[in-house]
Structures are given as structure tokens and as C-alpha cells.
Write a protein that binds this ligand. Structure first.
Ligand code: PLP
Length: 406
């Protein structure tokens, strides 16, 4: 008899985006022809930078000529891309990361989801609340949790975000072997200071724990005081893995390219207490289960680091940041408490005590604007909605105008 992984039955069905779609459809059916503006999405809306398109075209042509055709590439990524990443994303910021510590992949979703495979089954996992659900669900699938009760899984350590800590939780008092951190944060838009990240690095070093640092929204940081990478914090090379993505930096959500950084000096242990080489393990996993990102896509990613590519990506992100600033400032003037939106594409808006779904419904009914209810990201998200800046300026302006009606 073939049996299945029973942990999958512990998973809570993710109703968030299907519930949103169902409610929007019900509204549109009841109000045919209504013009609904979606500020709920976490996907980019602007086209790829011209420098990336030019690099893609050139690489596609190379693939069509015998002399320049390429088949399988190195699983970890081509040297040209890993060099460009190490130089521009790390060394230029004073972070000591080499090309051989970078693993190119087709998404930070897969990387953040897959990395837990390297950890012991009995590892105690800490996750933020509100949370990007991939961190939780992949550990549930792997059997590191008990059942779900009242919206939380037994066995996980939840790091509560709230207005008191500005949605930047401190390290837990209780044991945790691994902690997922995400800054700038999805969904709250909160960012962590150098001091706050230093506290996490010190905690991980003291407790022999591991930090899994998701920096998918790093390109939105404009405050020069804020660290872009965990490796800007001294001591992080021994205790942290970092995940980056070209999805939001350069509009690659449909093209797919990302990378994980696993330093050679990262510390973890075998069950008998002897040291484990995590980078060697990730190399083994990556080369066994992944066959590399396509050559044209890696060339397009390399173009992100060209002078034109840098300017175009900055302009792209600046456009979204302009939307976010407009949302934040307009709503603040109208008396709403807002977090994020200054170094992040997400604005986390307090409903002022109303539950997230009822606020969502009111916005849909009265303003025909779609947001994301914060409660869908965890217990601590109740009483908030996430507004995404991934849209045209025109749509954001129209949405804000209509939101004056609520
Ligand atoms: N990490 C966070 C926090 C995200 O919000 C997202 C996408 O929304 C991802 C990772 C996924 O990135 P990718 O498109 O590279 O898979």
C-alpha cells in the first residue's frame, strides 16, 4: 500500500487569495461593469528594464548559432552572474561574500522553501507573525510541527510583530534552532536597523542557531542607515543564509531568477556535535535537484548590474516607491496609522480596531478597491490590511481618491 506524507493533512488550506478573488467576483457580479482597482497584489506591473530585454535577445540569438549555443550550464549559476552578484550586491557594500558562496536559482520562493531540507527533523523553528506563508508551510510539510490550533501550529515558535516593536520582533526567550527573518518585510513593510539585526546575529551565535534572512525586497531600501544584507553585520557569515531575488528588484517575476548565499564559514552541526559543512550540503542538494536557470535569463540578470541596468532598475523601483509614499502620506493625513511604504513596496495600514475582513469588504463596497486582509498572514495581522504599491501611478491615485469615501 502506498502511503502519503501525513504532514500534508496538517496544512491549513490557504484561503487568503481565493477568498479575496471570491469576494471580488461576488461584488462584480452584483455590480456589472464596476471598475475595481487591485492594490492587493504582490506582483510587479511594469515591464522589464530595456537593458535586460537587450541581453535576453542577444542571448537567444547566441542559442541559435552553433558556435555560441549552450546546453546545460553549471547548476549553481554561470560565473559571469555570480561574479557580478558578489561584486555589486555584497563587496560594494563592504560585505565579504565570494562568487563561490552564491547559488543562482529560479526563485526565492523555492530557495526559502527548500532550505529547511538541510536541517534536522527535530530543529525548533521560529517564524515571524505576520509571516510570508512559505516559511511555515514548508516546515509543516517536513513534519517539524504538530497540528494547527487556533491558527497556529504546535511546535513552532512565533515571533509576534506589533505596534510595540514596530513589527520587528526581538529574538525569542525560548529555544529556537532556526529563525526566519524578512526585511524589508512582506507583508508589513517594516525594515530592521543595524542594531536590530546585530541583536539577531548575537543571539544566533550565542545559541548555535541559524538565521534564514529573506532580502527579496532589498532594492526598496533608500535610507542610507539601513543594512541591505545580513552580511553587513559583523559575525553574520557564521550564522546566516541570505535569499535574494530579481523578481521585485528588476521585474523578473515572470522571467524567474534569484539566488541564495551560503557562506563557507556557516556553522551547523551533525547530530553527534561534529561540524557540518552547510555550503557543501547545499551544493549537493542544488546539483542533485536543480539543473540551473536558463542561459538567456542569467544574461538578463547580469544586465541588471550594467550601468544602464542599474539606472533602469532604480527608476523602476523608484516608481513603485513613489506610489507607496503617496499611499502612506494620504492615508496618514486621513488619520490611519501606517507602517512601511518608505523602504518597501508594502504599506501596512491599521484598520483602527475593525477586523481585517470587514475593513476589506467596506473598501470593496464603498471604494471598489481591493487590499489584502492582514489576518491572512497570521494572528498578529488581525486589524490591518496590506496595500501594495505594485500598480500604475494613475490607478493608485484613483484608488486613494475613492478611499476618501470610507
Ligand atoms: N520572499 C518574499 C518575502 C516574497 O514576498 C516573495 C514574493 O512575493 C518571494 C520571496 C518570492 O520571490 P521569487 O519570485 O523570487 O520566488
Amino acid at each position: 500500500m502506498i502511503t502519503v506524507n501525513p504532514n500534508y493533512s496538517k496544512l491549513k488550506a490557504s484561503y487568503l487569495f481565493s477568498d479575496i478573488a471570491r469576494r471580488v467576483k461576488a461584488y462584480q457580479d452584483a455590480h456589472p461593469g464596476s471598475d475595481v482597482i487591485r492594490l492587493g497584489i504582490g506582483d510587479v506591473t511594469e515591464p522589464l528594464p530595456p537593458a535586460c530585454i537587450a541581453a535576453l535577445h542577444k542571448a537567444v540569438d547566441e542559442m541559435g548559432a552553433a558556435a555560441t549555443f549552450r546546453g546545460y550550464g553549471p547548476e549553481q549559476g554561470y560565473g559571469f552572474l555570480r561574479e557580478a552578484i558578489a561584486e555589486n550586491d555584497f563587496r560594494a557594500r563592504g560585505a565579504d561574500i565570494g562568487p563561490d558562496e552564491i547559488f543562482v536559482s529560479d526563485g526565492a520562493k523555492c530557495d526559502t522553501g527548500n532550505f529547511q531540507e538541510l536541517l534536522g527533523n527535530d530543529a525548533v523553528v521560529a517564524v515571524p507573525d505576520p509571516v510570508y506563508p512559505v516559511y511555515v508551510d514548508t516546515n509543516v510539510m517536513a513534519g517539524r510541527t504538530g497540528e494547527q490550533k487556533d491558527g497556529r501550529y504546535e511546535g513552532l515558535v512565533y515571533l509576534d510583530g506589533n505596534e510595540g516593536n514596530g513589527f520587528v520582533p526581538s529574538p525569542p526567550e525560548t529555544r529556537a534552532d532556526v529563525a526566519y527573518l524578512c526585511f524589508p518585510n512582506n507583508p508589513t513593510g517594516a525594515t530592521a536597523t543595524r542594531e536590530q539585526l546585530s541583536e539577531w546575529v548575537a543571539w544566533a551565535r550565542e545559541n548555535k542557531s541559524l538565521l534564514l534572512f529573506d532580502a527579496a525586497y532589498e532594492a526598496f531600501i533608500r535610507d542610507p542607515e539601513l543594512p541591505h544584507s545580513i552580511y553587513e553585520i559583523p559575525g553574520a557569515r557564521e550564522v546566516a543564509v541570505e535569499f535574494r531575488s530579481f523578481s521585485k528588484t528588476a521585474g523578473f517575476t515572470g522571467l524567474r531568477c534569484a539566488y541564495a548565499v551560503v557562506p563557507k564559514s556557516l556553522r551547523a552541526w551533525m547530530p553527534d556535535g561534529s561540524p557540518a559543512d552547510v555550503r557543501a550540503m547545499w551544493t549537493r542538494r542544488h546539483t542533485t535537484k536543480f539543473n540551473g536557470v536558463s542561459y538567456p535569463v542569467q544574461r538578463a540578470a547580469e544586465a541588471v548590474y550594467s550601468p544602464e541596468g542599474k539606472a533602469q532598475c532604480r527608476a523602476l523601483v523608484d516608481g513603485y516607491l513613489g506610489n507607496a509614499a503617496l499611499v502612506r502620506e494620504t492615508l496618514r493625513k486621513r488619520g490611519f496609522k501606517c507602517i512601511g511604504g518608505d523602504n518597501s513596496p508594502y504599506v501596512w495600514v491599521s484598520t483602527g480596531g475593525e477586523d481585517s475582513w470587514s475593513f476589506f469588504d467596506r473598501l470593496l463596497e464603498k471604494a471598489q478597491v481591493v487590499t489584502t486582509p492582514g489576518s491572512g498572514f497570521g494572528r498578529c495581522g488581525e486589524g490591518y490590511v496590506r496595500i501594495s504599491a505594485f500598480n500604475s501611478r494613475e490607478n493608485v491615485e484613483r484608488a486613494l481618491e475613492r478611499m476618501a469615501r470610507i
